[in-house]
Design a protein around this ligand. Structure first.
Ligand SMILES: N[C@@H](CCC(=O)N[C@@H](CS)C(=O)NCC(=O)O)C(=O)O
Length: 203
């Protein structure tokens, strides 16, 4: 199998971190979005939406959507479990993964898309969307800080895919849209140190 990758993409980073946590060696094929490689027929035949990441299996089956890719890898390589083991663990991790995606990662991506030069000629940019999303993300950081009180990781006991989604949201916030975790949010700040010092964080 191989992973079609977009190095700067937070969604692709989610899958790279997941692969690193599982200690898998999966060849990566970088796709050059700036030159429009993902809009060429060869790539569109693999993913008609022209988006990355994309996992291509040896039989040619293509799996898009970062969480779908992670789910497939979890089923093939269950150890260490990153989506939980028992039914209850799986439900709690799913709950947190969805919250981190909808409340943090997607808004960070939206802020980037509606403000950055790179997206100027690709979408209709609406700066007010970025302003509203930025305020909302700041509120969500305060909420998450309170939720993390007494917890090591987002879903509770162990590092999971919910942490991966949240850390990719904050990498995007820091690197691309200037939103950083305030130091006074001490639970969130401690969690950030915990996850970013893992070896997989560099993936
Ligand atoms: N929901 C998808 C989102 C994939 C996505 O939007 N990827 C972006 C990079 S973060 C992309 O490839 N954009 C290229 C484009 O829109 O042309 C996932 O989780 O994988």
């Amino acid at each position: 199998m191989k992973l079609y990758d977009l190095p700067a993409s937070p969604n692709a980073r989610r899958v790279r971190i997941f692969i690193a946590e599982k200690d898998l060696q999966i060849p990566m094929v970088p796709i050059d979005m700036i030159s429009g490689e993902n809009r060429k027929s060869e790539y569109l035949a693999k993913n008609s939406l022209g988006r990355m990441p994309l996992l291509e299996l040896d039989d040619g089956t293509c799996i898009a959507e970062s969480i779908a890719i992670c789910r497939y890898l979890e089923s093939e390589f269950p150890s260490p479990p990153l989506f939980g083991s028992s039914g209850l663990e799986q439900a709690i991790i799913e709950m947190w993964q969805r919250r981190m995606e909808f409340l943090l990662l997607n808004p960070m991506i939206n802020i980037f898309r509606h403000t950055h030069e790179m997206w100027k000629d690709r979408i209709t940019q609406i700066p007010q969307i970025a302003e509203i999303e930025s305020e909302d993300v700041k509120e969500k950081m305060i909420w998450l800080d309170a939720e993390l009180k007494g917890k090591q990781y987002i879903a509770g006991g162990d590092y999971s895919v919910a942490d991966i989604t949240a850390q990719c949201a904050f990498v995007m916030g820091k690197a691309a849209v200037g939103i950083r975790i305030p130091q006074e949010l001490s639970n969130l700040d401690a969690w950030w140190s915990r996850v970013t010092t893992r070896k997989s964080a560099r993936a």
